[in-house]
Ligand binder design. Structure first.
Ligand code: ATP
Ligand code: MG
Length: 584
């Protein structure tokens, strides 16, 4: 949406007046200067994520401020100040020391969004061990695979999750020495975490931490294949911190809600680290998505900055515009979204239904933090992921026949989105997959695996994942454009577009569509949607086939799994479905 359009809809909109313009921020930016905003460990002992996120606030007199505001599934509340969070994470670090865990060894969590998850994450980092979160809804096999690949030494989980999902496969995990239960009693092969924490001292001196020490192991969403374990280091905190200011417009009194689960990178980088380094209050909701509950949280907790995902936005859209009008969302100042392309329709909906545009931004598990964004201080172009972060060089590149890559300068040319390595939250490898890591680089660029184009103003537009792009009659068609056109139709809630292999033309564009409440699938509607797409996109790009589904297959992090739609269409094996969301 350009500025004129925003002003028409929202005459008071002023952008973010306190922020430097994008150009000014880019021109004056350097990572060295940004690093001065971080405290560093006392006495020059290095840089540690947990010190920046927790302990520095105690030293700087902010210990009384609320760090976590936890909302339980059934209306319970638990508040933790920075001082309390510091004490609990210190206790946890002592527990790890008591178990004989060495820095660099892996601590996994398999927990819902409860305070113990945040204590485990930050306590692990204090001890300089490596934190690896697992999504609590994973089944036994994906859990086993990740614990094994990651060489887990310690697992923090609940009694119920342990009994159901881990105990049966414990025998195949000889490296897993300690299982700490947040609720259960000590038993065979398990210990009660609470008893250990209560015995531990509540202050802990973080040992010397080199910025390049491994801090986090994060598995990718598995949208395009087998999930990869991306390695991140303590220095990443610099990027988390900087993007908090530049992209999410954090101010000291903000109440921030990141709806992502820490089992995915967004829930750790922005659900834990970034807001805490800024001393903000983080809302943590234990429950799953529910439109009414979410609006109530925004209202009652007086959320000011909100970071969510397109899948959630689409579900809110499905629930209608009347619902948000029943709530007072007046404290909300900034909304951002990540994880999938945000369709222009969704940006517009934000403006109409919530009174604020939604700022799309792009990044990956591998990049550790936001790389391309619609900044608070610049005009949103709906459907675009925005412009690169100051300090980050991004380009559209083409691969030559010899495997080398070169940037393409002509605006609006499609190619692979590439980044110049060197930003602090850049992954340092895929654990035990050297070859897969090596393949991500060519001619001094990191290749993202996403196709995009860059317009004359320097905004990047997502076209599709390299694996998802459709080749039809000699044309390359990005599924996102087709899906966005379908989403403009009032009946459409979600759309996933694939190429169905066809010998004569290569691939036929086929759409899968789920409908909003109040609409029923039928031949007339099918024809209407195909006609709508043809008018919007032209005959070459528009889908030729359209099938209704009650819901589309999604990863647990909320992304449409086009590879699965395609495999099912062809009657092929479904491949790795460990991250597939259970069908409702
Ligand atoms: P895998 O690598 O295992 O296939 P994944 O790529 O989905 O899974 P993540 O690292 O969670 O794993 O997701 C990053 C990807 O999500 C990006 O490469 C991109 O394809 C998509 N993505 C994230 N944000 C955006 C956005 N704003 N617009 C378009 N696509 C996005
Ligand atoms: Mg990926």
């Amino acid at each position: 949406m350009d500025e004129r359009m925003i002003r028409k809809l929202h005459p008071d909109w002023r952008g973010a007046p306190n922020m430097p313009s994008y150009e000014a921020a880019r021109a004056s930016f350097s990572w060295e200067a940004a690093e001065r905003e971080l405290a560093g460990l006392p006495d020059g002992r290095g840089l540690n994520i947990a010190h920046e996120a927790v302990d520095r606030h105690i030293l700087e007199g902010r210990g009384g401020r609320q760090a976590l505001r936890w909302l339980g599934r059934h209306g319970e509340r638990r508040l933790l100040t920075y001082a309390e969070l510091s004490a609990w994470t210190s206790r946890f670090a002592h527990v790890l020391a008591g178990l004989g865990l060495s820095p660099g060894e892996r601590v996994f969590s398999l927990l819902g969004r409860i305070p113990e998850l945040y204590i485990t994450a930050l306590g692990t980092l204090k001890h300089r061990a490596v934190f690896c979160p697992l999504f609590s809804a994973f089944g036994p096999e994906p859990i086993r695979a990740r614990l094994q690949l990651g060489g887990a030494r310690v697992l923090v989980t609940t009694e119920a999750l342990y009994r159901k999902k881990v105990a049966p496969l414990r025998g195949s995990l000889p490296e897993l020495r300690h299982v700490l239960l947040v609720d259960g009693e000590a038993g065979e092969g398990t210990q009660a975490l609470l008893a250990l924490l209560e015995r531990a001292r509540d202050s802990y001196t973080i040992g010397p931490t080199a910025p390049e020490d491994m801090a986090l192991l994060h598995f990718t969403s598995g949208t395009t294949g087998t999930p990869k374990g991306a390695i991140h280091v303590h220095r990443a905190v610099l990027a988390h911190h900087v993007t908090g200011t530049l992209v999410l417009d954090f101010h000291p009194d903000d109440i921030f809600w990141c709806t992502a689960d820490p089992g995915w990178v967004t829930g750790t980088s922005y659900g834990i680290i970034s807001p805490l380094t800024h001393g903000l209050t983080c809302v943590v909701d234990e429950a799953d998505f529910d439109a009414e509950r979410w609006y109530r949280i925004l209202q009652d907790e007086r959320v000011t900055v909100w970071y969510t995902a397109p899948t959630a936005v689409r579900m809110l859209m499905k629930a209608g515009e009347a619902l948000p009008r029943r709530f007072n969302l007046g404290t909300l100042r900034f909304i951002a979204s990540v994880g999938e392309p945000l369709n222009p329709e969704a940006v517009l909906w934000g403006q109409q239904a919530l009174g604020l545009p939604i700022h799309d931004n792009w990044w990956q598990t591998e990049t550790g933090g936001i790389m391309v964004a619609n900044y608070a201080s610049m005009n949103i172009k709906p459907g675009s992921m925005g412009r690169p972060l100051p300090g980050v060089e991004a380009a559209i590149v083409r691969r030559g026949p010899d495997g080398s890559v070169e940037p393409v300068d002509t605006p609006n040319t499609e190619g692979e989105l590439a980044l110049r390595p060197g930003w602090p939250s850049m992954f340092r490898g895929y654990l035990h997959e050297e070859e897969r890591y090596r393949k991500c680089f060519a001619s001094g660029w990191y290749l993202s695996g996403d196709l995009a184009r860059k317009d004359a103003d320097g905004y990047f537009w997502f076209v599709g994942r390299a694996d998802d792009v459709i080749k039809s009659m000699g044309h390359l068609i990005g599924p996102f454009e087709v899906e966005s056109a379908l989403l403009e139709h009032p009946a459409v809630a979600e759309a996933g577009v694939i190429g169905r292999p066809e010998p004569t033309i290569g691939e036929v564009v086929k759409a899968f569509v789920s409908l909003k409440e109040g609409f029923t699938p039928g031949e007339a509607l099918r024809r209407e949607l195909l006609a709508h797409a043809r008018t919007r996109l032209g005959a070459v790009v528009a889908p030729k086939e359209l099938e209704f589904l009650p819901t589309l297959p999604r990863t647990r992090s909320g992304k449409i799994m086009r590879r699965l739609l395609k495999a099912r269409e062809q009657g092929l094996p479904e491949g790795d479905t460990s991250t597939l969301e259970a069908s409702p």
